[in-house]
Design a binder for this molecule. Sequence first.
Ligand code: 3PG
Length: 346
Amino acid sequence: MKSIEDADIVEGTIVLVRTDWNVPVGYSEGNPERSLRVLDTSRIEVTLPTINFALNKGAKVIVMSHFGDGTDSLEIVVKEAANFFPNTQLKFVRDPWNTSSEDGKKVLENLKNGEVAVFENLRFWAEKENDEIFVKQLAEFADIYINEAFSTSHRAHASIVGIPKFLPHFAGFHFLEEFKKLGEAFNPEHPFLFILGGVKFETKLPLVEKFLNIADEIFIGGALAVKAKALPLALNPKIIFPVGDIALLDANTETLEMLGEKIKKAKFVLWNGPLGNYEVGYKEGTLTLARVLADSYAKVIVGGGDTENVIDELNMKDKFYFISLAGGAMLDFLANGTLPGIEALK
Ligand code: 3PG
């Protein structure tokens, strides 16, 4: 897999960057206009080094992303993303193939070196179907392709696996960081403690099965615990459960103490998913675990939406070795060792 640093980007090269600007949007507190806002810009921010790298070489950059399931426009995200580009305007392209409208093909024809165009939500078109005609239509706009959307690379969609067939293809900086840092879990320092929480057991079971061969202990907490306990794998001595009643809505003191002791001895910890019923407010256990991990000497890698939120809430981002923004792609990558988007870049 080649890095963007290996790409031949010079003045005027047209670089198509697939980002994951599928960010949470809502009405934030203290927003008097009650207008929809991006609630977390992390997924935009991580794409900036890649986009700016190309811009600094004089490239014309076209950014593309999906947003939600394909019913809402990406425009609101683009407006917010513009704040991160103080030196250039982000030009929104509602319909890249429309030759008559002002926010259509003309934007691309008039794009100058060092400028950025952003396409409308890819899922308005045949993105999910990975339709070959659509793939070619996208590829024709550019000279090279960069995947800066690790968190969407578990989807075999047009902009992830289709375009690399038609353009020289490279991985962006954040893509490579996710790949390398999460990849450390396959060859970790020991003792390696894997902490799994959350609700969606089906998405986590393949991880448990895979990491039984790699981790020294796997703690299964949160709502997962009840389901896991009923399976034969619960008898494996590497698997540990909350102390006492495993159906509790949050981790109890005994469980947190037990985890604290194990974390003291661990050299590598991978954590995904809250320990309690986080969505309805049972988050004290998860907050305590985050604090303990932040203070530990172990190399700690964290992922999963709720887990990231907890760390944000505690303002402790800097205290972790790596916080993955990859969500479902993180789980798939850890379970399978690769993703469709990684294979497409090889
Ligand atoms: C995500 O939010 O996990 C990615 O953007 C992928 O989105 P999807 O689950 O809608 O494909």
